[in-house]
Design a protein. Structure first.
Length: 554
């Protein structure tokens, strides 16, 4: 009698355990199907399943997942296989990329059904036409409690190369698997010191950020850059109240985009950001790529790195000429067109510097204006209209007249004295001299270009909705033009001035077109030869010239 009761109790206990096991499995499968993720212990607990219950029924959460995948594979159709993130898979990745010189690198935010499929297909079009490879860096939003690990990605990405560990593309650039939050406001925060020894690197973030870091004298700066995302901006939703602020900012700053990297050799590489429009299409070097085709569309604006006539680097000037000839810009924008060596206020009291400049024939205002005329006649052939942005170097002449330094400058006294009346009547000295030098003094140089427009201080120039009329030396309330102050003052814009290219959200800053090591530069430098293309849809690309090379030659 007692034996029968014991057996009934054991049978009832086994049945109860079996039912509880099935109940846990049912809850687990329901969560996978609903969210597209393998749920965490915390999520299971929220749904009434404790850690002890999982251990009692399945030993561990990992065993539960393995059992669920084996018995109900149909539920996991949209869940990326974790085997995409094994060491063997990564070794295959490193072997596969050795066959390519051109890469499209982007970020996927962990989640299901968040892939921008049109942008994805446009990238495939680009890869097909340019023999390029798509590389995808996974990132997480820690506030999304359903995310368990990096393999919770849209399954449509499983046939692409997923970069979940450091990956070197050549000796100077690599993809770094730094774990960043998808919502991090400035992705480069705290990373500068890594660039001293590890070279330039790319990291995953749905924001596009770029900043160079100086690494020593006579060396090219290393560059940090984040990619933009192949995921849509609805990937940040959270139930946590204190995540709502960062969720709002993340959606606002989210860029559907990527970085194109071209490997020229083991030392030199080229990089350009791309940004998708609402149709998932993007433009690279004046060619639009869609999910089905590519077509040449040209360029709306081409903003040159600070020109500095007379000290312009020849390799950079030749590179910009090639870029313009290939992309056909409507508008050319020039910053710091004038150099101002002839009697710069920084060197006015430095007898030795003035003597050196005299030996180099660089203390003549007429000579500098002749260089400007020569350069402007050449630049005028590169676009339909050329705009000269009022810049601090252009204002050197007015300061020279205002401070009366021309009175002790016999070499320039005659020409300078002819500027007093024009200044009183609000003429810009640089424009006045360039347009009238042939009548003011005996010279063979004459401005023949008819498509030149001169901007005054604070005069706006909008190209495809992007402000291009500000030089970048002054921001709000006459403060110095830091990139953050410029963002607050102008919003989407392209500026110059610092000779250091940078991207901060919608602010793009060009570098310089001048020689990189003039006599007044000391120590490590972040100067680069960088200009900017602006397209009709408002997207932009910074273009770098490295000894005259600015793209991979097919």
């Amino acid at each position: 009698m007692k034996v029968g009761i014991m057996k009934k109790k054991q049978t009832k206990k086994k049945t109860k355990k079996k039912n509880r096991k099935l109940e846990i499995l049912k809850i687990y499968l329901r969560l996978v199907k609903k969210h597209g993720f393998t749920p965490t212990r915390a999520v299971m607990l929220e749904n009434g399943v404790s850690r002890d219950a999982i251990r009692s029924a399945y030993t561990s959460l990992e065993s539960l997942e393995e059992h669920a995948r084996k018995t109900h594979p149909e539920v996991f159709e949209n869940v990326l296989d974790k085997h995409c993130f094994t060491k063997d898979k990564f070794e295959f990745l490193k072997s596969d990329i050795s066959q390519y010189k051109r890469f499209v690198i982007t970020t996927a935010i962990c989640g299901i059904d968040n892939l921008d499929i049109n942008f994805y297909n446009s990238i495939k079009t680009y890869c097909e036409h340019n023999n390029a490879k798509l590389l995808v860096i996974p990132v997480q939003d820690p506030a999304n409690r359903f995310v368990k690990s990096n393999w919770n990605l849209d399954k449509r990405l499983q046939d692409d190369l997923l970069v979940f560990d450091d990956l070197r593309l050549n000796s100077n650039v690599s993809i770094r698997a730094i774990k960043l939050s998808a919502k991090q406001i400035d992705p480069v925060t705290g990373l500068d010191r890594l660039g001293q020894s590890k070279g330039s690197f790319i990291f995953g973030s749905p924001k596009q950020r770029m900043r160079p870091v100086s690494v020593g004298e006579e060396k090219m700066p290393h560059v940090f850059m984040s990619t933009g995302s192949i995921s849509v901006n609805t990937s940040y939703e959270s139930d946590y109240y204190f995540s709502k602020r960062t969720e709002y900012l993340a959606k606002h700053d989210h860029i559907v985009g990527a970085i194109i990297v071209e490997i020229e050799d083991d030392d030199i590489f080229h990089y350009r950001t791309i940004k998708a429009n609402h149709k998932g299409e993007f433009i690279d070097l004046a060619v639009k790529y869609t999910p089905t085709k590519r077509e040449f569309i040209g360029v709306q604006g081409f903003v040159l790195g600070d020109w500095h006539s007379g000290e312009t680097d020849k390799t950079a000037a030749n590179a910009w000429k090639e870029v313009a000839q290939e992309t056909k810009p409507n508008i050319l924008v020039v910053h710091d067109f004038f150099n101002g060596k002839f009697n710069n206020h920084h060197d006015a009291e430095n007898t030795i510097v003035r003597a050196k400049l005299a030996l180099q024939n660089k203390i003549s205002l007429q000579r500098e204006i002749e260089c400007c005329i020569r350069d402007l006649n050449k630049l005028s052939t590169l676009a339909k209209t050329v705009y000269i942005v009022r810049s601090n170097h252009d204002e050197v002449i007015e300061r020279y007249i205002r401070e009366g330094r021309y009175l002790d400058d016999p070499i320039n006294l005659d020409l300078a004295s002819k500027l007093i009346s024009p200044m009183i009547h609000n003429h810009m000295c640089l424009q006045y001299l360039v347009e009238n030098l042939h009548t003011l003094c005996s010279t063979k140089y004459k401005l023949t270009a008819k498509n030149i427009k001169w901007l005054r201080r604070d005069e706006s120039l909008k190209i495809s909705g992007i402000e291009c009329g500000a030089h970048g030396d002054v921001s709000k309330n006459n403060a110095k033009g830091s990139i953050k102050n410029i963002e607050l003052g102008y919003g989407p814009c392209v500026v110059g001035h610092s000779h250091t290219p940078e991207i901060l959200r919608e602010v793009y800053r060009v570098g310089t077109s001048s020689i990189l090591r003039p006599d007044y530069v000391r120590g490590p430098s972040t100067w680069m030869h960088t200009s900017c293309l602006i397209y009709k849809d408002g997207s932009r690309q910074l273009i770098n010239s490295i000894n005259g090379s600015w793209k991979l030659r097919s």
